[in-house]
Design a protein around this ligand. Structure first.
Ligand code: UDP
Length: 308
């Protein structure tokens, strides 16, 4: 059954793939994005790929001056529910500027909750992260793993999950899915949308891509002395189109009138090391990926992957 869905952060890397997936199956979307880390062309590409129109509201969900507009637009759209992907996501920056991270990430989520409540559309799919688990669990990690995020970014994700759970307790009409992403990588097969961060990429795959095209000289592999099979960090890399399908599945699940809040891991269920990822990227792109081993990055853990 097609749905009317608000997509907060819909112009970003993951958001744009979610939009294409949902629009291709007939959902009607209202994208809200401030384009602080997204390109306006992403919207043209989403339209092109899904062969459908979409309404876009350029507003900052964390800006009190934009709140009235956002509430009005969401109410007028008459949504069934929302997917909330808007927020800041650089771990290192969150350590340096925690207040900004708490203001923007938690403020945006609270605005979305308020708007959905006012629109009487109490379905909320939240873009959370496996970073909520921290380092205390045995791999593979399932949803009952302990939570202990190790940086302000991870804590914003964890606190928003907790806020949503409190809201589900306070009002039994709420239907909430916290999607805990592992490491999204890749791009739509058309090549028309993908990951193109502003500035120096923090994440492994966009950094490798910039090395492959000659934009950067070499990759730094952060540590080869972890207790893993080759000493480099192990993560669970999930294709962004599979991740997008996970959002569609979450909406279908909520359409069955499931009440309360649930946490769901979105991973591939397999761990790969940084050195294995470099070798695979090299093979697939047919380009050299020069790298050097550098010290571990603060806050990184040795290994995490999802239970399949
Ligand atoms: N990594 C690396 N060099 C980089 C970026 C990342 O060696 O330039 C490693 C990082 O230490 C981790 C893995 O690649 O083991 C994935 O890091 P990423 O930042 O992509 O995601 P995270 O798992 O930290 O969310």
């Amino acid at each position: 059954m097609s749905q009317r869905v608000v997509i907060a952060g819909g112009a970003g890397y993951i958001g744009s793939h979610v939009c294409v997936e949902l629009m291709s199956r007939g959902d009607t979307l209202l994208i809200i994005d401030d384009f602080s880390n997204a390109h306006p062309e992403a919207i043209d590409r989403i339209r092109e790929l899904s062969n459908a129109n979409v309404v876009v509201l350029k507003r900052d969900l964390a800006d009190p001056m934009h709140k009235a507009d956002i509430l009005e637009a969401i109410k007028a759209f008459r949504p069934d529910g929302a997917i909330h992907l808007a927020g800041l996501k650089a771990v290192g920056e969150s350590v340096a500027e925690p207040e900004r991270y708490y203001n923007v990430n938690i403020g945006s989520a609270l605005t979305m909750i308020e708007a959905l409540k006012a629109a009487n559309a109490k379905k909320f799919v939240f873009s959370s992260s496996a970073t909520v688990y921290g380092d205390g669990n045995t791999n593979p990690v399932n949803e009952s793993g302990g939570t202990a995020p190790t940086n302000p970014y991870g804590r914003t994700k964890f606190f928003i999950e907790e806020i949503l759970k409190d809201i589900a307790i306070s009002d039994a009409d709420w239907q909430i899915v916290n999607l805990r992403y592992f490491n999204p990588v890749g791009a739509h097969p058309s090549g028309r949308i993908g990951e193109d961060p502003n500035g120096i990429p923090n994440n492994l795959f966009p950094f490798m891509a910039q090395v492959a095209v000659g934009k950067r000289d070499k990759l730094s592999v952060f540590g080869n002395d972890y207790p893993t099979r080759d000493g480099s960090g192990v993560r669970d890399y999930i294709h962004v189109c599979d991740l997008a399908k996970g959002h569609a599945a979450a909406l279908d699940y909520l359409a069955e009138d499931k009440k309360g809040a649930i946490d769901i891991n979105l991973g591939a269920g397999k761990g790969y090391s940084v050195l294995e990822a470099v070798a695979a990227f090299k093979r697939a792109s047919n380009r050299d990926i020069p790298f050097e081993i550098t010290p571990r990055r603060d806050g990184d853990i040795a290994e995490i992957y999802a239970a399949s």
